[in-house]
Design a protein around this ligand. Structure first.
Ligand code: MG
Length: 202
């Protein structure tokens, strides 16, 4: 399986990092070894001194497809999870300044904690609240209605470049409020008030 991520998909987050508005989705990938499941602790790695949390809705692809038309894209997933796109902001800023790829800043071990998947059958996926608390402080709050590029558009766009296969995951972007994590922090994520993950930084 592969993990594909969308950058700069919520207006308020683009503004907080002073990024340009994308003319098309900003796409990057993480290796499978980035996944961190079952509320396992995240061990702060020595590669970075400034790892940021980015809470994101994650789509699980349920069948193979390429060149998927946007109007059919909804048929390619029926489960979502909540994840974190951990980002080594210090490394990313260095790479960005040199115009270099972001892989080291985004794809390091355990950089993609993820909850269990839930069915979207009874959900309005285009109006979903989600958020992240760090030590009981609400750090990020988002709603999928504020996405620049919809789930369907993202699937259609990505599938023109990468064949999507069953089990592939798509991280769909983060709302504002990204900030550093530190050893001892407890991260609790929710979708519509239901706790999806709860783990510690060690
Ligand atoms: Mg992100």
């Amino acid at each position: 399986m592969k993990i594909i991520c969308v950058g700069r998909n919520y207006v308020d987050h683009i503004k907080e990092l002073s990024n340009e508005f994308p003319k098309e989705p900003v796409i990057f990938t993480k290796p499978e070894t980035a996944l961190l499941k079952d509320n396992a602790p995240f061990y702060y790695p020595d590669i970075s001194n400034d790892i940021h949390h980015e809470v994101e809705i994650v789509i699980k692809i349920k069948k193979m497809g390429k060149y998927i038309e946007e109007k059919f894209a909804r048929n390619y997933f029926d489960e979502i999870a909540l994840g974190i796109d951990f980002t080594a902001r210090d490394i990313q800023n260095n790479l960005k300044a040199k115009g270099l790829p972001w892989d080291l800043a985004k794809g390091f071990n355990d950089s993609a904690p993820i909850s269990n998947f839930i069915s979207v059958d009874k959900m309005d996926i285009h109006n979903l609240n989600f958020g992240l608390k760090v030590n009981d402080e609400q750090r990020q709050s988002g709603n999928t209605s504020h996405m620049i590029y919809s789930f369907e558009y993202i699937i259609s766009f990505i599938s023109r470049y990468f064949t999507l296969k069953t089990g592939d995951l798509i991280f769909t972007g983060t709302p504002a409020g990204v900030a550093s994590v530190k050893v001892g922090d407890r991260l609790i994520g929710d979708i519509e008030g239901n706790v999806m993950f709860d783990f510690e930084i060690k």
